[in-house]
Design a protein. Structure first.
Length: 327
């Protein structure tokens, strides 16, 4: 179970990142390549990524584990890859040394190359830069227009949700099963993790490369970063989503299911109307229900679904969303 303890100051200073962060998405992509089990929607992406990952990118596997909890200096909150790379290179030596010697032994072996990084060896840092560039060009760069479309749609919806339903509802809906106990935000997960925020605020950052529980990067003298899976994993985001904002947020098929459920329908009705299998219709309905966008009720042998007020708000808002940039 993940427990994130907010102070009053943190709740009053929740903001949304201005743009996706390429190095943070890169860290998630590298972690995803290594995971033994991934959701079906990500399995084909993972297979292709494993096949195409260049040799120069392999050193990153010594730093970034499948949990994505790598050294914090490696994933600055930047709006561009080059800016982020500059921030990595400019990280204070003591900070780098502390992260590597504290985090790596717990999640990855402290290899000679990692030790050389900690000791500020010039050749080791050149290897790191080549690895970051190679991994970015292979895993993140080719999908960047879709990453931006996904991020922009998520940001518009999430900020509208904050305005209409309050910050607590918006935060609890970041992942299935989110709930509050006082000022503690709780998400179900296998690990037992407690996070204490420091009163400097929270920046929300969605990622289309991540489908697990939210991750919190706590900073002592700056806003903490709460990274969470976006409503649509990257493989569901179509290149042409700039004219279909709801599809950018949820994925085309799932958006069509939500639109259909503006009126009550059974799982069979959904499958027939959208020409998809009944198990697929049931899976989409489950995802929408966990996001609190629909309700489900069994009547006899039939399972009926319908939009919640939150789902209706999202459908109404979709017609007002601005076009999403694709660069």
């Amino acid at each position: 179970m993940l427990r994130v303890r907010f102070t009053a100051e943190d709740l009053l200073a929740v903001t949304f990142a201005p743009a996706p962060a390429p190095l943070i998405d890169l860290e998630f992509a590298v972690a995803l390549v290594q995971r033994r089990q991934v959701p079906p929607v990500l399995s084909r992406w993972q297979h292709r990524a494993r096949q195409s990952l260049p040799r120069d990118a392999l050193p990153l596997l010594s730093l970034i584990p499948p949990t994505a909890l790598g050294p914090m200096f490696l994933d600055p909150l930047s709006q561009g890859f080059e800016d982020g790379l500059d921030a990595v290179r400019a990280a204070p030596a003591e900070l780098v040394r502390g992260h590597l010697r504290r985090q790596c032994p717990a999640r990855r072996p402290l290899t000679p190359w990692v030790r050389a990084l900690a000791d500020q060896d010039g050749e080791a840092w050149r290897v790191l830069e080549r690895a970051l560039r190679a991994a970015h060009n292979s895993l993140v760069g080719p999908s960047w227009s879709r990453v931006r479309s996904n991020f922009d749609a998520e940001r518009v919806w999430r900020t509208r949700l904050m305005a209409q339903h309050g910050i607590r509802t918006a935060l609890a809906s970041l992942a299935p099963g989110g709930r509050w106990e006082g000022t503690t935000l709780i998400f179900d997960c296998q690990e037992d993790v407690q996070v204490m925020l420091r009163g400097h605020g929270v920046v929300l950052l969605p990622s289309g490369f991540w489908a697990e529980r939210p991750i919190v990067a706590v900073h002592d003298h700056a806003p903490s970063i709460l990274i969470y899976p976006s409503a649509a994993p990257l493989p569901l985001v179509d290149e042409r989503t700039d004219t279909e904002p709801l599809g950018a947020l949820l994925g085309r098929t799932r958006a069509a299911v939500l639109e259909l459920l503006a009126r009550q329908h059974t799982t069979t009705d959904v499958a027939q109307a959208l020409e998809i299998s009944k198990p697929s219709a049931s899976q989409h309905a489950k995802a929408l229900r966990e996001a609190r966008l629909i309700t489900t009720q069994r009547v006899g042998k039939a399972v009926w679904h319908a939009c919640t007020p939150l789902g209706m708000d999202l459908l109404a808002a979709a017609t007002d969303l601005p076009s999403t940039p694709t660069a």
